[in-house]
Write a protein that binds this ligand. Structure first.
Ligand SMILES: CC(=O)N[C@H]1[C@@H](OP(=O)(O)OP(=O)(O)OC[C@H]2O[C@@H](n3ccc(=O)[nH]c3=O)[C@H](O)[C@@H]2O)O[C@H](CO)[C@@H](O)[C@@H]1O
Ligand SMILES: C=C(OP(=O)(O)O)C(=O)O
Length: 428
């Protein structure tokens, strides 16, 4: 087991290249189940979530091979195998096997998903969608059983705007008979990316990226080649780190429109940002001003950037109020930031951050993926050395984070934990 060490206070300079989007990748891989021949996806991030999904595709008979960042998935010999436990529990996105296997085999047994603990993560809207398409869905001993004699298109109104439910229903509906309309759909860029892949496979989808998606079901989908979009959350994380500790940092391979809410907030704080077609040049001002943020569905401020942004606010002058309306309990990073000298109160579900304070290095634990990114951002700003454990979360979503930050001039490295440290970590 490893930990990350950061010796803070060094300025960041240079260029960082953003990887493919985790939250797209985790849906694109299961989507390949729906094709009848080889699907090739380019530009994938080599992160543990993607590796686990590759293994799951192999478990059901897929022929999976990698060439660098490109995966080749031949789904032709896949079989309808139940996946009630094991690797499916390792990540949230294994729930996309429900929609994809239901679409292809009209049947699936999938264990309830894992993923970051952000408070309750219900899947009632996914199930509502599958049932509307004609599936019988039961929950037996921690696994979801789905079965349909036939999938029929339906009009489905989502009671909550959900990325996961929108994608999962899309995956099943492309192989249903007739027309499906998803109303109150989520509009995240990852949904457009999945719709683009499905369309290249022959699916008929209109309106992805708006709140009404129309799908005309098809009997067969074929293999295709697809290039994934860049990871807006990874790009946002490095943008925040550059605002916190950068002199002049170029974020490369990014779609700036995907990050408008973050960029607007950073500009309010006094950060200079130049937008190119696929690049962002970040130069923080001498003094940062505090702002409030409230996470919302896209194009609002993304919940996945709330935690790293909280770290940045410790350096800003004034008081900033952080409210997460998507995952109200996504506040586990706060106690760890306090260990590093941050002045943060939690009141009525919001975090109130006072600054500026000089953060100090400490031993901290990443409780989830973006909490890990928040602690690394804090470590870059802190005086002294910060030791971060819980890397299994960080490695789910950030490709080569220590290498990328080292290239920007940070002093950051991984070390094996001693047996005593591992024991302490496991008991904490
Ligand atoms: C809208 C939103 O910001 N979604 C984010 C959410 O997606 P993720 O797919 O995890 O969450 P959803 O978009 O599905 O859920 C959004 C909200 O709806 C609720 N919900 C969801 C499904 C359901 O069946 N019932 C239900 O009540 C969730 O509890 C949550 O409060 O986390 C991902 C990983 O951190 C982010 O990449 C997504 O951008
Ligand atoms: C929480 C996240 O991932 P997941 O939903 O896959 O747990 C995330 O990407 O920030």
């Amino acid at each position: 087991m490893q930990k990350i060490l950061v010796e803070g206070g060094r300025p960041l300079n240079g260029k960082v290249r953003i990887s493919g989007a985790k939250n797209s990748a985790v849906a694109l891989l299961p989507a390949a189940i729906l094709a009848e021949s080889k699907v090739i996806i380019e530009g994938l991030p080599r992160i543990s979530d993607v590796d686990v999904l590759g293994d799951l595709l192999e478990e059901i008979g897929g022929d999976v091979s990698w060439k660098g960042e490109t995966i080749h998935i031949d789904p032709s010999n896949m079989i309808n195998m139940p996946l009630p436990s094991g690797k499916v529990k390792k990540l949230r996105a294994s729930y996309y096997f429900m929609g994809a296997m239901l679409g292809r085999f009209k049947e699936a047994v999938i264990g309830l998903p894992g993923g970051c603990h952000l408070g309750p993560r219900p899947i009632d809207q996914h199930i509502k969608g599958f049932e509307a398409l004609g599936a019988k869905v039961t929950n037996e001993q921690g696994a979801i059983y789905l079965r349909a004699d036939e999938l029929r298109g339906a009009r489905i109104y989502l009671d909550v705007v959900s990325v996961g439910a929108t994608i999962n229903i899309m995956l099943a509906a492309v192989r249903a008979k007739g027309k499906t309309i998803i109303e109150n759909a989520a509009k995240e860029p990852e949904i457009i990316d999945v719709a683009t892949l499905l369309t290249s496979m022959g699916a008929k989808i209109k309106g992805a990226g708006t709140d009404v998606i129309r799908i005309e079901g098809c009997e067969n989908l074929t293999g295709c080649m697809h290039t994934i979009i860049p990871d807006r959350i990874e790009a946002g994380t490095y943008t925040i780190m550059a605002a916190a500790q950068g002199e002049k940092v170029l974020i490369d391979n990014v779609i700036p429109q995907h990050l408008e809410s973050l960029l607007a907030k950073l500009r309010e704080m006094g950060v200079s940002i130049d937008e190119g077609d696929e690049q962002l040049l970040i130069q923080p001002g001498k003094e940062l001003k505090s702002v409030d943020i409230k996470t919302l569905v896209h194009p609002g401020f993304p919940t996945d950037l709330q935690q790293p942004f909280t770290s940045l606010l410790t350096k800003a002058k004034g008081t900033g109020v952080v409210t997460d309306t998507i995952y109200q309990a996504r506040l586990k990073h706060i106690d760890e930031l306090r260990r590093m000298n941050a002045l943060i109160k939690v009141e009525g579900g919001s975090a109130i951050v006072s600054g500026p304070v000089q953060l100090e290095g400490a031993k901290v634990k990443a409780s989830d993926l973006r909490a890990g990114a928040a602690l690394i951002a804090a470590g870059l700003m802190a005086e002294g050395v910060t030791e971060i454990t819980g890397l299994e979360h960080i490695d789910r979503g950030y490709e080569q984070i220590t290498e990328k930050l080292s290239n920007l001039g940070a002093k950051i490295w991984r070390e094996e934990m001693t047996a005593e440290e591992v024991e302490q970590f496991q008991n904490s």
